[in-house]
Design a protein around this ligand. Structure first.
Ligand SMILES: Cc1cc2nc3c(=O)[nH]c(=O)nc-3n(C[C@H](O)[C@H](O)[C@H](O)COP(=O)(O)O)c2cc1C
Length: 152
């Protein structure tokens, strides 16, 4: 990753990349990671420069360097984020983050889940909501995959 010195979401010293897509995944058993790789392949065909990373491997300021950010995240436990996304999620929940600090970020989320759980796709839903609370702007509606779907 580029600079990770600044861990809040201040925009100082950053530049917004052009046609650069950051694809982040949170995955417990590999399904979201695989789906994130599919997204990356499609984005490259559309001539985006891409970077694929685990959610925990980026700081909030890193989001500001990309024209689009795509999150692919599964739900685990009882509506929880996967382990490799929890540090990122904790950062996102910090109370001292300035309101609208992610207003430059255009994002979408794609959730993987199983509709037999009451907490169906909660990880992607709460992530999406929190990003919007911080001012990030959805560029595509949230997508939800269901393991129970007849097409798998
Ligand atoms: C222990 C466990 C708990 C799960 N909890 C949920 C849940 O609360 N909500 C949901 O929608 N799916 C739940 N799932 C289904 C997973 O989200 C689904 O299998 C997903 O494809 C896993 O993706 P991953 O391999 O990227 O972690 C759970 C699966 C397991 C094994």
């Amino acid at each position: 990753m580029e600079s990770k010195q600044n861990s809040d979401c201040s925009n100082e010293g950053t530049t917004l990349g052009r046609r650069k897509m950051l694809i982040l995944y949170g995955s417990e058993t590999g399904n979201s990671e695989e789906s994130a790789s599919d997204v990356e392949r499609m984005a490259r065909r559309l001539r985006f420069q891409t970077l694929l990373e685990e959610m925990n491997d980026v700081e909030l300021t890193d989001l500001l360097r990309y024209s689009l950010v795509v999150f692919v995240v599964s739900t685990t436990g009882q509506g929880d984020l996967p382990k490799n996304a929890r540090k990122f999620w904790k950062n996102l929940l910090r109370k001292r983050l300035p309101p609208n600090c992610l207003r430059q970020v255009k994002f979408t989320t794609f959730g993987l889940g199983d509709s037999s759980y009451y907490q169906f796709n909660w990880a992607a839903r709460k992530l999406h909501k929190r990003l919007e609370q911080l001012g990030a702007v959805e560029f595509l509606p949230r997508g939800e995959a269901d393991e129970r779907h007849e097409d798998g």
